[in-house]
Design a protein around this ligand. Structure first.
Ligand SMILES: CC(C)(COP(=O)(O)OP(=O)(O)OC[C@H]1O[C@@H](n2cnc3c(N)ncnc32)[C@H](O)[C@@H]1OP(=O)(O)O)[C@@H](O)C(=O)NCCC(=O)NCCS
Length: 157
């Protein structure tokens, strides 16, 4: 079983934990600015999820619900989840934390979209994601991959 995925609290303790991910050398994946923004806005609906081991945040992601009216990926249009900033701390990779977070996103039963960078294509393909045909106007330099629940009538555009 192992540790569970939890919704991260938007507070300074979480902010301190995020600094470890910064030290990991992946500034572009940092949620620090997002979290600071949320603290300023006092946003109680944190989009951040993570896995703790022995009190230490070892993996995290953000998950944004995307409303059907903003969907440009699926036919028919649908509500889906946008997965961002997935990162597992150095020393904790290869132990199932990354796939645990992705499976958590999939457990809501809606399609999931992410922007795959950093050579993680194989990781996402193993979890049932597929690349989307690049549309420069829509994707604007992203490398979108999507997951559609098994047995769903939803197709890619
Ligand atoms: C990519 C990442 C999230 C994977 O997390 P993880 O906890 O190490 O992965 P898991 O242990 O859950 O691995 C699940 C499977 O994917 C494979 N896998 C993991 N990372 C991989 C990679 N970079 N390339 C190819 N396969 C990979 C594992 O071998 C495992 O395969 P198995 O099921 O056959 O044993 C993690 O390595 C990471 O934080 N990378 C840096 C940031 C990043 O790339 N984020 C993704 C956003 S684009």
């Amino acid at each position: 079983m192992g540790p569970e995925v939890v919704k991260l609290k938007t507070n300074y303790e979480t902010l301190e934990q995020f600094k470890r991910f910064l030290e990991n050398g992946l500034e572009e994946l940092s949620m620090l600015e997002d979290l600071q923004g949320n603290l300023i806005e006092d946003n109680v609906q944190s989009p951040f999820y993570g896995v703790y081991e022995d009190g230490k945040l070892v993996a995290r992601m953000s998950l944004y619900p995307m409303a059907i009216e903003y969907d440009h990926y699926f036919n028919p249009p649908t509500n889906y989840l946008e997965l961002w900033k997935l990162e597992v701390l150095a020393g904790y990779k290869g132990r199932g934390f990354g796939s645990k977070l992705v499976r958590f996103a999939q457990s809501f039963g809606n399609p999931v979209k992410t922007n795959v960078r950093c050579g993680a294509h194989e990781f996402f393909t193993k979890l049932g994601f597929q690349p989307v045909k690049y549309d420069p106007m829509r994707d604007r330099g992203e490398n979108p991959y999507v997951w559609i629940p098994e047995g769903s009538h939803i197709k890619l555009i």
